[in-house]
Structure formats: C-alpha cells, structure tokens
Design a protein around this ligand. Structure first.
Ligand SMILES: Nc1nc2c(c(=O)[nH]1)N[C@H]1C(S)=C(S)[C@@H](COP(=O)(O)O)O[C@H]1N2
Ligand SMILES: [Mo]
Length: 323
C-alpha cells in the first residue's frame, strides 16, 4: 500500500506567507528535478503540456487564504500525487488509475455553465483558464477513507467563473457534472461500480468561498488524466470525493442536488461531508489519518484545518446531523 517517496521536499522548505514566492520557485525546481530523473513517458507528457506552466508564471498575487499550511505539512511528491488516485471511472485500484487513464484525451474541452443564471454560457477550456488567471494553491487533501496528502494545485477560485454568468437570487446550490465517455473510461461501460455521471454539489455560499478552487494543474503543470484533466473541483475543507474530476457541466439550481455518493449511500456519505474528526464514518473512525509517504497516523483536523476560514458558513447547523 505504501508508495515510496522519490523526491523528498524537506519540511524546512515549508515557509510562511512572506517567503511564499521563494518557496514556489523551489517547488518549480523540484518539478524539473523530478522530471529529469523520472521515467521517459513522464518527461514527455510534462513537456508536451507546458501551457499552464507558462500561464502560472504570470501570477502576480496570492492571498493569505491560499496557503494555510501548517509547519508539519510538506507537499507530497509528484509521483505520489499522480500514482495514488481515486477515479472510479478508470479503476477502483489507486495504483491502477494512472496506467488506465494514461491516454485519456481531454482536448478540446468545454464546460457548460447553465441553470439559474442571467448569462448562462459554454466556455472553451482555454478561455476559462485565461479568465481565471491560474494561481498556485497548496492545500491539504483528506480522503474520507482516512488518508491524506498535500497537493500544490494550480487553478482559480470558482467564484470568478460564477460571477461571469451572474447567478440569479434563487440559485441556492451548484451541481457539478463530470464526463461520461465509456470509450475512454472502462468502468463506465456498466453501472457495477457507480451510476454515471459522477455528480457532486455545493451550497452556493460554499461554491463562492475563496478557498473553493477549479484546478487545471498541479506542480505548475496541466493536470494529468488521473487527477481530473482538464478541470476538477477542489474543496479543501471537505472530504476528497466532493471534488469531482473532469467536469463538463456546472448547473446553478434551487434545491440541493442529488449527488453520486450521497445517493449511493446517504448514511455513509453526506451532502456536506466537511472533514470532521468527531463524526466517525459508520465503518471506521475519522479521528486520524495517514499522510501518504508517512508511517503512523496524524490527528485529523476539524474542517481539515481550514476552520478559521470556513466555520462561519455552518453557524447554527448541527454538524452531526448535516454531515
Ligand atoms: N469523477 C470522479 N471524481 C472524483 C472521484 C471519482 O472516482 N470520479 N474520486 C474522488 C475521491 S474519493 C477523491 S479522494 C479525489 C482524489 O483526487 P486525486 O486522485 O487527484 O488525489 O477525487 C474525487 N473525485
Ligand atoms: Mo476520497
């Protein structure tokens, strides 16, 4: 189960906000080092997809909300992030996703933003990236299964896109519909694994929160298929399954959408699914987690450590009831 670390980044490199840009340069160096020492196919796929690298170079500012890293957090290696994945459309084996997804074609790609909006619109991916002005966001990622990583995403806050379409006042929720393509995704040829498409959702205020990210890359490179190319959602204070991969449609709706995992098993996977160490999964404790690449377990943090930024969204809600 354990994946060997290939390009350790010293924890002493994790710094506070003022040193952010230096650290970012360091990470870019680490990517290059990993690239030259990794296998040939990796090198090829990275150099072939240099577009977002160039775009991210232009990022001028990163707000303090974008980091929130703790002293003992260090980014997982590119190898770990791209070879330990949940993406059931391709495979239910975490190590099996990357090889099966390897040739997934995600260009051209467009995202339809529809529903309760003044200006619904279908965006071409490149247009979307330009609009969003990608920035780097290093977030903790906590899977409901009890493991975690630290991932240096490249992306832009979802609110930038939502603002473009002008949501109507009765748009209370946002639904994220991901791709259906059984020719490229073997597990979509049946419904044994899940019913397709994989759908997720957020309340409008969660969707508009500055931490909520549409990711188009990681480690300064466009996303590989296994991480949700070309566009996936990242909601760092919620369990990982809330972050739908390979999104094709974003719908603004009035009532809480039916999401894949909460309809599959509402007792185990709630609509909100905020990381909460005090609410156990019916089949296992959520109090601790295993950081990929580490031995032993760490304590899981309320809201995955982002409580200061997001706890106010849930004031007055019983987080044991609305899980
Ligand atoms: N379309 C789709 N999105 C998905 C999943 C999936 O199976 N299909 N798995 C989810 C789960 S359980 C997790 S933990 C994260 C994993 O993202 P990563 O592989 O990039 O770390 O993606 C989420 N998004
Ligand atoms: Mo997950």
């Amino acid at each position: 189960m354990l994946i060997k670390k290939t390009d350790d980044i010293k924890s002493s490199e994790i710094t506070d906000e003022p040193l952010y840009f230096n650290r970012r340069n360091f990470l870019r160096g680490a990517v290059l080092a990993a690239t030259t020492t990794a296998t040939g196919w990796l090198y090829k796929s990275l150099t072939a997809q240099s577009q977002v690298t160039q775009t991210t170079d232009k990022i001028a500012t990163v707000t303090s909300q974008s980091t929130g890293l703790l002293p003992n957090d260090k980014p997982n290696s590119f190898e770990e992030i791209t070879h330990y994945n949940n993406f059931y459309e391709f495979s239910t084996s975490k190590q099996g996703v990357a090889p099966v997804a390897k040739n997934f074609v995600s260009r051209p790609w467009s995202v339809e933003v529809t529903g309760l909006a003044n200006k619904p619109k279908t965006f071409d991916l490149d247009e979307l990236i330009k609009l969003g002005q990608p920035e780097e966001r290093i977030y903790r990622h906590r899977c409901v299964e009890g493991w975690s990583m630290v991932i240096p995403w490249v992306g832009f806050p979802l609110h930038k896109l939502l603002k473009e379409v002008e949501p109507l006042a009765n748009a209370k929720f946002v639904e994220f519909v991901t791709v259906v393509d059984p020719t490229q995704m073997p597990n979509q040829r049946g419904t044994e694994v899940l019913s397709w498409p994989y759908v997720e959702g957020l309340r409008m205020d969660e969707a508009l929160h500055p931490l909520t990210l549409l990711a188009t890359g990681l480690y300064g490179q466009t996303l590989l298929p296994q991480n949700g190319a070309p566009l996936r959602l990242v909601v760092p204070w919620k369990y990982g399954f809330k972050g739908g991969k390979s999104i094709v449609k974003i719908r603004l709706v009035e009532t809480q959408p039916r999401t894949t995992w909460s309809s599959e098993n509402p007792r185990e996977y709630g609509f909100y699914s905020n990381v909460n160490p005090t609410v156990d999964h019916p089949r296992w404790s959520q109090a601790t987690e295993r950081r990929i690449g580490e031995f032993g377990r760490r304590d899981t943090l309320m809201f995955n450590g982002y409580g200061e930024q997001v706890a106010s969204l849930y004031e007055g809600m019983d987080l044991r009831k609305f899980f």
